[in-house]
Design a protein around this ligand. Sequence first.
Ligand SMILES: Cc1cc2nc3c(=O)[nH]c(=O)nc-3n(C[C@H](O)[C@H](O)[C@H](O)COP(=O)(O)OP(=O)(O)OC[C@H]3O[C@@H](n4cnc5c(N)ncnc54)[C@H](O)[C@@H]3O)c2cc1C
Length: 300
Amino acid sequence: MGKKAWIIATESRRLGGIVDAARGVSDSVSVAAVGSSDLAGEVASYGVDRVVSFVASDDVPVEALGPCVAEFVAADGADLVLSNDSGAARCILGAAAGALGAAVVGNAQALALDGDNVVADNLVANAKAIEAVAAPKMACIYTGPDADRAEGPAAAVECADVPSVEDRVVGFEEAAGTGLATASRVVGVGMGLAARDNLPLVDALVDAMGAEIACTLPCCDDMRWYPSERVLGSSHNTASPDLYIALGISGSPNHTSGFRDAKTAVAVNNDPDAEIFNCCKYGIVGDLFDVVPALTEAFK
Ligand SMILES: Cc1cc2nc3c(=O)[nH]c(=O)nc-3n(C[C@H](O)[C@H](O)[C@H](O)COP(=O)(O)OP(=O)(O)OC[C@H]3O[C@@H](n4cnc5c(N)ncnc54)[C@H](O)[C@@H]3O)c2cc1C
């Protein structure tokens, strides 16, 4: 027997693929549309069985509805919960995983059933390996193939009772402007830089180029070299500069999707087999500690 799947949608991005993946292992696919009532109307046309709309007032962040959504899907007997990789959806998915006592899979590419278990192919080790995770109850961030929305009648939209939420947005402050979104030149820093002491090497290149700095997720989360506003990739920011130079970056799709629209991308990596070379027009196979000073001189 298939599973009872719920999809947490805070936007419709990649919803076609997520519905497809859920359908393959589930008897029913429902969507919790969290945000505006327009969103609920839109997701109802994706060939799903049920849509429940969770609408909060404008001054309440979407993530604040996490406990309410989690309680709802758990009470409905969900055993599989899916979302895309947006920050808000991931946050609510985590609450649902807690309420269900479900295994969490962070980068699911495909789903299958094995007896009572859902089996997820989970992309790990910088997208170089896939591990199979099996559990009877699962919460997945699905990053596998996308698909067109299914043809068919739109599902009816139900409105959930949303309790008053204490969290309020009390004001907006512009994040210390990164200028990444509009920069014409961006230098991306990866773990190949090795140590905080080496950041000035990149600063010199950035100054010479008149560029903005970007980085990969571990340079922010693990090393604390840069704030999250500087992370490029699927779960963070995007940039579409004329020139992107990736320094010591392996080339995980989670990062490369962040500079997909760059006109020209150049990679510097000492591993000739690094995935990043498949995403860049020009590649320099070499030690960045030799290459970066030479580039800095050239740009000066
Ligand atoms: C759900 C999810 C969402 C994610 N979202 C993002 C995201 O938005 N953005 C993001 O960036 N990541 C994201 N990640 C993480 C991503 O999958 C990778 O782990 C990360 O991008 C790898 O960072 P890196 O390339 O800096 O490090 P590594 O993979 O460790 O690569 C370091 C590279 O440096 C090279 N190198 C080492 N020394 C030198 C040297 N001296 N000279 C030249 N080259 C050298 C190595 O050959 C290697 O290729 C996400 C992961 C998950 C699971």
